[in-house]
Ligand binder design. Structure first.
Ligand code: UDX
Length: 439
């Protein structure tokens, strides 16, 4: 199939590349000339495992093209995927200005029976609005379908190639069949292709993300309670997870969720709920608990040092909102760094991929090329992201290098008793702090 994908951000680039890989002829379009020039030369604007190789392979095979020329690409396309950004607007709702601009830009060039597919996360009713706009602009009823994306950053290629399910929102069987055909190579493992109305498909994406965010905020609230009651959230997690109705997935406590999806989508769904006159009580709580959770490490650090962080050197490991990405959008580490700096501490940070992005957004942070270099002379170490590289550090060497062997682990990477035996003062999430330092 000949497909134009508009917007070469995370979702657009992964979508276009994976569709090209299954033999389609894909043109990825973006208004950012620098990005397109880079992509033509094999420069991938984001860090995503496996993406670069896949882009290069498909571009070389002549199945994947990059351009800023929307009219030419749309004119020959059987399908036009819309994957532009829908960021959070000032009032918490999704900002759809890019979506409307693109709809206007493609309208005059659409083939008679082209299918316009929304891949971006868009508020319920957006597909219907695009349908209305296209009718006005073209004078005919165009095919518009919703096809929400559920991929995770850091595992994007794998998620796209082997989806748990494919959801499409359509008005007619013909469009559903065409999309099914497009996805057939990805559904060989008998995973379902679910066809529903555009409204249900749009809603599905928000409900999925809101429920996942709810699980995280719930377990974080329980973790905080465990600390106060003297329980261990890790044991509790195991205690509940074996109940098949509950399970283990997405119930790891931490320093709160970040990224480009959960925060924005929970707020957009909240705004939609309010718009319709309903009270978004749970959604608001999920967001509030998460915002508070981003500050728990700082509260622990402050308490440990008697409220005074003036002159303290604090190392921070992990800046990206999660491992295997350089994405720092809504990353808990940024909140911690700001709080530490405001309290007078010096921050020395390390991240395997995200340091350049943080450097561009902060000032006064020192960066260390190696994790071990960040902790030299540090009064404490805070861990915000569970990169594999942080799972088994040389604790003995760390002990020698740190000014004080104090660790605030926001991802529960280590065993408290073993940290105590190694001589550390060790704080984690939902588990009672231990102190193995000699008096
Ligand atoms: C998420 C959804 O998983 C995906 O389906 C959707 O399309 C986009 O949003 P992503 O933002 O890439 O994907 O990351 P994900 O791996 O889901 O993690 C989100 C955040 O939750 C991270 O900050 C992570 O650290 C946190 N998290 C996740 C927890 O704190 N505990 C958990 O148990 C799981």
């Amino acid at each position: 199939m000949k497909i134009a994908v508009i917007g070469t951000g995370y979702v657009g680039l992964v979508t276009g590349t994976c569709f090209a890989n299954s033999g389609n002829d894909i043109t990825c379009i973006d208004i950012d000339e620098k990005k397109i020039t880079g992509l033509k030369n094999g420069v991938i604007p984001i860090y995503e495992p496996g993406l670069k190789e896949l882009v290069l392979r498909n571009a070389e095979a002549g199945r994947l093209h990059f351009t800023t020329d929307t009219p030419t690409a749309v004119k020959t396309a059987e399908m036009v995927y819309l994957a532009v950004g829908t960021p959070q607007g000032d009032d918490g709702s999704a900002d759809l200005s890019a979506m409307w601009a693109v709809t206007k830009a493609i309208a005059p060039h659409l083939q008679e029976d082209a299918i316009v597919v929304t891949k971006s996360t868009v508020p319920v009713g957006t597909n219907a609005k695009i349908f209305g706009m296209l009718k006005e602009l073209t004078g005919r009823e165009c095919h518009v379908a919703s096809n929400p994306e559920f991929l995770k950053e850091g595992a994007a290629i794998d998620d796209f190639m082997k989806p748990d399910r494919v959801v499409v929102g359509v008005r007619c069987q013909e469009v559903s069949d065409k999309l099914h055909q497009l996805y057939a190579p990805f559904l060989r493992t008998e995973k379902p292709f679910l066809s529903m109305s555009p409204e249900s498909a749009e809603m599905t994406k928000y409900v999925a993300n809101a429920l996942l965010a709810t699980k995280i905020s719930f377990i974080n609230e329980m973790a905080n309670l465990c600390e106060k009651m003297g329980g261990d959230i890790n044991d509790v997690r195991r205690g509940i997870g074996h109940d098949s109705r509950i399970g283990f997935a997405f119930l790891f406590p931490g320093v709160g969720y970040g990224g480009s999806c959960f925060p924005k989508d929970v707020r957009a769904l909240t705004a939609m709920t309010e718009d319709k006159g309903n009270l978004p009580e749970m959604l608001r709580a999920v967001d509030n608990v998460n915002e508070r959770q981003k500050t728990v490490l700082f509260t622990k650090v402050k308490e440990q040092f008697g409220g005074d962080l003036g002159g303290k050197r604090i190392a921070v490991w992990g800046l990206a909102f999660k491992p295997e990405t350089d994405d720092i959008r809504e990353a808990p580490a940024l909140v911690l760094i700001k709080q530490l700096q405001e309290a007078g501490a010096t921050v020395i940070a390390h991240d395997p991929e995200a340091m350049d992005n943080v450097q561009a957004e902060t000032s006064g942070v020192e960066f260390a090329d190696r994790a071990i270099d960040a902790i030299k002379g540090a009064d404490a170490l805070c861990i915000c992201t569970d990169w594999k590289a942080y799972h088994q550090p040389d604790f003995a060497e760390m002990y020698q290098l740190m000014a004080q062997p104090i660790v605030f682990d926001g991802r529960n990477l280590y065993d408290p008793e073993r940290m105590k035996a190694r001589g550390y003062c060790y704080h984690s999430i939902g588990r009672v702090a231990v102190d193995g330092r000699k008096a």
